[in-house]
Design a protein around this ligand. Structure first.
Ligand code: SF4
Length: 286
């Protein structure tokens, strides 16, 4: 039984996230940020021209990044490091496609707040435990590795009352990965239709949001939001397990999505009583 001394030696490896921030370290490429810094002539043009998904645009003298298209390849950080750099934050899921643009596209605050309130009201019954149906709608397989990692001893999502189910009839949350491959559109639609109310849809990964590197074509819809109503967008290619966890907890109202004016607050913490004194408050993502 070599695992007994090993277990005793290594202690508890399970993350305390989201009670405690538990990132991957300063050098981790969690998301891409845009700085308004002067850059040598030509560097920016090279970065824009070299982006394989067209995630960078320029207009009105501003550079705009669409995180819903970015696959985190890092080419722009090499071509124009003055403007583009990686950030370790993984808490980047949002309830609005528009808030994936950096700097943000102007959006009617009232409309955004109304959408969030509607989601909040809809998922009120899902606070105790939730069942997630994962559906691969044409993924390259990378997202599946990260989704599978959620159940390992490090992330251990069962500790938060999150369970994966094979049957959509038992599911509260539909977690969709993949570009929206033509052959998967009917199964995706059918899966959504047979889920009981209330139900929430998460587009997990850049592919599910915009088609990513594949984009739109005869075999790809370029994202799944035209087939099912997406409530939460989790950018990343693939998103990390913490990123997925942030998306799932945002979807059921236990965390605030990125871009929310409200600081990240755990409704579960409120429900369970005060956290331990060594648990610092969790701060919002970028
Ligand atoms: S990191 Fe994102 S924005 Fe930069 S070149 Fe790659 S896909 Fe484009």
């Amino acid at each position: 039984m070599p695992w007994i001394p090993r277990g005793l030696r290594e202690g508890i490896v399970t993350s305390r996230y989201p009670r405690r921030p538990d990132g991957y370290g300063d050098g981790f490429s969690g998301t891409l940020v845009v700085r308004s810094a002067p850059a040598p002539a030509g560097n920016l043009d090279t970065a824009i021209a070299g982006c394989p998904t067209g995630a960078i645009t320029r207009g009105d003298g501003r550079v705009r990044l669409d995180r819903g298209r970015c696959i985190l390849c890092g080419r722009c950080t090499v071509a124009c490091p003055e403007v583009f750099r990686f950030d370790p934050s993984v808490e980047v899921s949002t309830t609005s496609r528009q808030t994936l643009f950096v700097p943000e596209v102007d959006e009617d605050d009232q409309a955004l707040e109304a959408a969030r309130s509607e989601l909040h009201r809809r998922v009120r019954a899902l606070r105790r435990s939730i069942h997630v149906r994962h559906l691969d709608a044409g993924s390259d397989g990378s997202e599946e590795w990260e989704v599978a990692a959620l159940t390992n001893p490090v992330y251990d999502v069962q500790r938060l009352g999150i369970y994966f189910t094979a049957s959509p009839k038992h599911a509260d949350v539909l977690l969709v990965t993949g570009v929206g491959a033509a052959g998967m559109l009917d199964p995706l639609r059918h899966t959504y239709e047979v889920m009981p109310h209330p139900k929430v849809v998460i587009a997990a990964g850049t592919d599910a949001i915009s088609g990513g590197l594949i984009g739109t074509g005869y075999a790809s819809l370029g994202g799944v939001s035209d087939v099912v109503p997406v409530d939460v967008f989790v950018p990343g290619s693939p998103p990390t397990p913490f990123g997925l966890l942030h998306g799932i907890l945002s979807a059921v109202g236990l965390l605030s999505p990125a871009g929310s004016k409200r600081s990240l607050a755990l409704a579960r913490r409120d429900a369970d009583g005060p956290a331990s004194p060594e648990d610092p408050p969790v701060e919002a993502g970028p």
